[in-house]
Design a binder for this molecule. Structure first.
Ligand SMILES: O=C(O)CC1=CCC(=O)O1
Length: 94
């Protein structure tokens, strides 16, 4: 199943910048591993915001929830998930 996910990151004001840099490095490693295995299909920065839009291709809600919950930045994120279905006018679906 495909999901559009928006992640909005709010770094804690009082966190040591070096600690936050370490969390971001772990986040990047985690995201790259999921991109390499094909489950995190795309990630785009939202212009002017500390946010991204991502496309995930996973078995279903439970797998996506586990992936999102294990994000190192999860405690500092608001996440919105939109499940995607095939559009009848999609050329690829003809
Ligand atoms: O910077 C972000 O948008 C949060 C994030 C998700 C994966 C990653 O590497 O950073």
């Amino acid at each position: 199943m495909l999901y559009l996910v928006r992640m909005d990151v709010t770094p804690p004001r009082d966190m040591d910048p070096e600690e936050f840099a370490r969390i971001k490095a772990r986040e990047k490693d985690y995201a790259l591993a999921l991109q390499r295995d094909g489950r995190w299909r795309h990630i785009w920065r939202v212009v002017g915001e500390y946010s991204n839009y991502s496309i995930f291709d996973v078995a279903g809600n439970d797998e996506l929830h586990r992936i999102l919950q294990d994000l190192p930045l999860f405690p500092y994120m608001r996440i919105a998930v939109t499940p995607l279905a095939t559009h009848p006018s999609d050329l690829a679906a003809q």
